[in-house]
Design a protein around this ligand. Structure first.
Ligand code: GLV
Ligand code: MN
Ligand code: MN
Length: 447
């Protein structure tokens, strides 16, 4: 392997190759599921996508394995034996009726990076791992980032047995059905000493980059989320026979709760809080029956962990009072809870330095969405690169990022990893001090 210097050669991603991979993954969608891509967590289709990733990585001569959580990891060896790994990647599952980019952009960028290193015979001191995480989306089981939570030691067998999808299938059973053993997921855990740094590329899923005409975002904070299931129990009864004043209408109470949640997040004390009811299930769900029960799925997101939890608690308390007034009963269950994360400043500055060296305009910005980066940062210092999302839309079939925009993000990613390789490689006589120094700079984060 020859040594490539960043000054001498710019690694330039191929937009057509990126686009072709995006289309290959987009074709793996649940038949009859409607518009866009539906490839839910821990389904056979998700596994098919992982196999596509693994095949290309193997074709480049990388060592590929799948861990006990279903994450697929491809390693390109480093030139200095025994060094910890650099990593990049994102997820291959989707929400229902998704676009083709959320998660996938980061995986195809990782694949392109591996291909560029191969083509240009790039040598790096640290091994570099290209990763497709499993089950990042919380859409199926309520909890997001399961594959990365497992590697970070944040989710174990009890949690997998407790989380259920809309059909009542537990996450543990879903894992079994695609060939994994939920009892063994701890084997997938990452140890801090095995890792040097990680960088995830993702679409922004917001409109800051597009509206400011900036091609690259470097993420400083990632929002947390508290997810709560509110069950409103009223009294099912005939819509014609029951006078208005004798009703205990769970649907009317639920409607008021939805508006309450919107107003809580909009009020002046909650700047930056995002609270949403994205799903509501009514029972018995008939046009001629007053709803006896309504379940509301509430997602509270914030970059301030106290405010996130306090807002969720305030919503439950005020919904409770509202239900008492309406003569219905409220029960609240926490479905999932993840803290916001501050990504390490030194790593952000290193990625920003790569942008400056490449002459690429960037801005530092927070992420409103959750990411695998948020979880793996518990184990390995992590950075994130954002590329623009057209109209800021995501979790929708119209989600779109130009292949050229993704290619520029990939250029930054491929070079940023090499810059980190140089930054973190032990210099003679210094051994591991350099790396330890950077680990020491890490901010305490929770997830
Ligand atoms: C993950 O995509 C999220 O919902 O933030
Ligand atoms: Mn994502
Ligand atoms: Mn998503």
């Amino acid at each position: 392997m020859s040594t490539l210097t960043l000054e001498a050669t710019r690694l330039t991603a191929d937009p057509a190759r990126l686009q072709a991979r995006l289309e290959t993954f987009a074709a793996l969608s649940e038949p009859g599921s409607g518009p866009g891509v539906t490839r839910l967590a821990y389904t056979p289709l998700e596994r098919e996508a992982h196999a596509v990733f693994a095949d290309e990585m193997r074709s480049l001569g990388l060592t590929v394995w799948t861990d006990a959580a279903g994450n697929t990891i491809a390693e390109r060896g480093g030139t200095v034996p025994g060094l910890p790994a650099l990593g990049t990647g994102s997820h291959l599952d989707s929400v229902p009726n998704a676009g083709a980019y959320d998660g996938i952009a980061g995986v195809v960028a990782a694949m392109e990076t591996a291909r560029l290193y191969d083509q240009h015979d790039v040598a790096h001191a640290h091994p570099v791992r290209f990763i497709a995480f499993a089950a990042e989306e919380g859409a199926r089981f309520g909890q997001a980032c399961t594959g990365s939570r497992i590697v970070a030691g944040l989710t174990g067998p009890e949690d997998l047995a407790a989380k259920r999808d809309a059909h009542g299938t537990t996450m543990a059973d879903a894992l079994r059905a695609v060939g994994f053993s939920p009892e063994e997921v701890a084997e997938a855990r990452w140890q801090p000493e095995e890792w040097a740094a990680f960088v995830e590329l993702h679409i922004e899923q917001g409109s800051v980059l597009e509206s400011t005409g900036t091609p690259i975002g470097v993420v400083d904070l990632i929002s947390g989320s508290t997810r709560v299931l509110l069950e409103v129990a009223g009294r099912a009864s005939h819509t014609g026979g029951t006078p208005m004043h004798l009703r205990a209408d769970a649907m009317a109470a639920a409607a008021e709760i939805v508006l309450l949640i919107e107003s809580v997040a909009n009020d002046s004390r909650h700047h930056g809080t995002r609270a949403t009811v994205g799903r509501m299930d009514a029972t018995p769900g008939s046009i001629t029956t007053i709803a006896g029960k309504v379940e509301l799925y509430v997602d509270v997101r914030d970059v301030d962990s106290d405010r996130q939890r306090l807002t969720a608690a305030e919503i439950v308390e005020r919904a409770q009072a509202l239900c008492v007034r309406r003569g219905v009963r409220l029960t609240a269950h926490t479905l999932a809870d993840a803290s916001p994360v501050i990504l390490p400043g030194w790593l952000r500055e290193s990625v920003a330095g790569t942008c400056r060296r490449l002459g690429v305009d960037y801005r530092v910005l927070p992420s409103g969405a959750s990411h695998d980066a948020q979880m793996v940062n518990r184990v390995v210092p992590t950075g994130m690169v954002f590329v623009p999302s057209r109209d800021g839309i995501s979790h929708s079939p119209v989600e779109w990022t130009g292949a050229d925009e993704l290619a520029l993000g990939t250029d930054v990613l491929a070079s940023a990893l090499l810059a980190l390789d140089r930054l973190l490689a032990p210099t003679r006589g210094q051994d591991d001090c350099h790396r330890d120094h950077h680990h020491g700079d890490r901010k305490e984060t929770g997830a």
